[in-house]
Ligand binder design. Sequence first.
Ligand SMILES: [Zn+2]
Length: 126
Amino acid sequence: MPDKPFKVFERQCAELLDGTRYPANTGGPVDVESGEWIAQCKLVHELSLERLTQLVEQIDAEADQRGKRGCVLVKCRRGRGKESPTLLVLSVATWGAVPCDSCGGPTKRGRLCGRCAERAYSGRKT
Ligand SMILES: [Zn+2]
């Protein structure tokens, strides 16, 4: 019997992350785990933004406990012969941004986001 499409997809995701696929989804949020990542894999026709956000929140929470980074790999199942790209979905926090010391917004450039840094800098000059 050929593998079910979702199994094939999960195996591709495991390869992508250089990780291992959990043979059976035991109700937990983790389908694939590697040294650095855990992932939830979704091969679906439709997925709402709210549901996708929940999946990212769940995997982030689990990743925190394991000291890893979480992501959701999602692919639109368009039907036989109709390809679609695999999407890698991360929260900005997971992507590597840290909260700005001043406003809490995401920044990668240091301890202040661009706007706050600009404000602090112009404040110092006057
Ligand atoms: Zn800021």
